[in-house]
Unconditional design. Structure first.
Length: 235
């Protein structure tokens, strides 16, 4: 992750310096540059980022242009549902967004065009949340590999939690390749994680489409499962 992050920053810097590249969604967007939220002077960083804060608004505006916000992380669902989040959580959303945006830009750099003004909000966000981004980069670079787990039994509380999540969010896997019958049979870790990831993707898609918006407390049971299997989900 460390080397890739350096590559990511160099990619963004190159874009801002030379205005070389764009993305498929950028070509479809309006020709006018993105509106710039009102600038505020921050003397002591607020530990909470509200949906009305300039940082929240800036990233939302950038995403309307590039449409490449991570499709899995529950933090992304918080962001899409306009739930207040901590600076660290916002930094994690931004970290993943920079990752996705950098990959998208590198793929389409020779076929699309975009003004550097469209990426200036991203540069400002990188500067404002530099400490959080550095902490997240360090943590993810040294994150231990998942430890082997025994099969998950129907009597395990997390088994019931997953069943409840599938029912609550209507996220039962559709494909045989990723579909696992949760009707009282033990599940290998990869089977459990695959079903859980499907639920995380489902709530993210619903939040992004505007079909559903949830509160943090409503998403808490799913958040606990994500935390329990974070290493397996995002390794």
């Amino acid at each position: 992750m460390g080397k890739f992050w350096v590559h990511l920053l160099l990619s963004i810097a190159a874009i801002l310096s030379y205005s070389l590249v764009g993305a498929p969604d950028a070509a479809k967007a309006q020709s006018e540059p993105l509106p710039t939220p009102q600038t505020v002077t921050i003397t002591e960083p607020n530990p909470i980022v509200q949906p009305t804060d300039w940082a929240y608004i800036s990233l939302k505006l950038v995403d309307t242009k590039f449409n490449c916000l991570s499709k899995t992380s529950l933090l992304a669902t918080y962001f899409l549902s306009n739930i207040e989040i901590t600076r660290y959580e916002f930094g994690a959303v931004l970290f993943d967004y920079l990752d996705d945006l950098s990959k998208l830009i590198l793929i389409y750099r020779k076929t699309q065009t975009i003004r550097k003004e469209d990426l200036e909000p991203i540069q400002k966000l990188q500067e404002e949340f530099g400490a959080e981004l550095a902490t997240i980069r360090s943590y993810r670079s040294h994150r231990p590999s998942p430890t082997p787990r025994i099969p998950i039994q129907p009597s395990d509380p997390i088994y019931e939690q997953l069943q409840s999540a599938i029912k609550e969010y209507d996220c039962a896997p559709k494909s045989k390749n990723s579909s696992y019958d949760l009707s009282n049979k033990e599940l290998k870790t990869e089977e459990f994680v695959s079903s859980l990831k499907g639920c995380l993707q489902r709530v993210n898609q619903l939040a992004k489409s505007g079909t559903n918006k949830w509160t943090r407390s409503e998403l808490e049971p799913l958040a606990k499962l994500e935390s329990e299997f974070y290493a397996e989900l995002y390794d």
